[in-house]
Design a protein around this ligand. Structure first.
Ligand code: PAF
Length: 287
């Protein structure tokens, strides 16, 4: 069984022992309902540190009023077992009082300008304020040397990098690759909301990202590639929030500069919102 702590004092006592021994500490922040994508982050963390802490906290401040906070899957026993198997040393399982000691309404919010307002930020107003605010708290509580985040939430990764640079957290941010189902669908806790027919259609997201990559490699105009992807996804039954090509920093690509482009899609199938992305310079067999 993995050692689990819920309180801040207990967490700090545990970490202090490791620090006294000069051990490098990794943090993998999660919202639980862990799948192989999370487990691969734990394994990557093991290769980057002596000790690995995972946090499981379904953070209320990053969900909008009409989103799935209440029904977000909570599976603490299975999470603990999976973390132990993947090589995690400590599970931090805080309640709301530990993360927001003054209450959620009185909580200090951190806003990353620009990034917080586009793509995911435009579709989910306030989402990245909640993410940045909870991650900053986790960084202060754990004070890790390194923290790991999946590339599947690409914009989140950029928000965290901005946060770390601007607030001078002495933490290395290590991205983990997107882990996919055999048909290419990116693993996500939200995939289990999909009905059988929706699950069959969901693979169109990665198929469209691959097509966007192929069309960009042929030098086709970006606006046309985006429009076609949007139309194909809508025809397959998605309500599309965006299907776009951006630079690695999420700025709009400049004509004639195709280096480091990334395709990003967010679309809903019924009540399930799915996101995925594909770096166009990733090797073709990687995804
Ligand atoms: O990616 C997630 O699971 C969450 O956004 C995170 C980083 C754990 C913050 O709540």
């Amino acid at each position: 069984m993995i050692r689990t702590v819920a309180g801040v004092a207990e967490l700090r006592a545990h970490l202090a022992g490791w620090r006294e021994r000069g051990q490098r500490i990794a943090l993998v922040p999660t919202m639980g309902n862990l799948h192989p994508g999370h487990h691969s982050l734990i394994e990557l963390a093991r290769r980057n540190a002596d000790r690995v802490v995972a946090s499981v906290f379904v953070n209320p401040t990053q969900f909008g009023p009409d989103e799935d906070f209440a029904r977000y899957p909570r599976t603490p026993e299975a999470d603990a077992e999976g973390l132990a198997r993947a090589g995690c040393d400590l599970l931090f399982l805080p309640g709301v009082e530990a993360m927001y000691p003054l209450g959620v309404e009185a909580a200090v919010r951190i806003r990353v300008p620009g990034l917080a307002d586009v793509l995911e930020g435009a579709a989910r107003p306030g989402h990245f304020d909640g993410v940045a605010s909870v991650v900053a708290r986790l960084f202060n509580l754990v004070r890790p040397d390194v923290a790991l985040f999946g590339r599947k939430d690409y914009q989140q990764l950029q928000v965290i990098r901005h946060l770390v640079r601007d607030l001078a957290f002495a933490i290395d941010i290590v991205p983990g690759p997107t882990v996919r189902e055999p048909d290419g669908l990116a693993m996500s806790s939200r995939n289990q909301y999909l009905g059988a027919e929706e699950r069959r259609v969901a693979v169109e997201i990665i198929r469209n990202l691959r097509t966007m990559r192929e069309q960009a490699a042929l030098g086709l105009p970006i606006a046309g590639i985006e429009q076609e992807a949007l139309e194909r996804l809508a025809a397959a039954g998605f309500a599309v929030d965006y299907a776009v090509i951006r630079r690695a920093d999420l700025g709009r690509p400049e004509a004639g500069n195709e280096a480091g482009l990334i395709g990003l899609i967010a679309a809903r199938l019924g009540r399930t919102r799915l996101i995925d992305n594909l770096a166009f310079d990733e090797p073709l067999d990687a995804c």
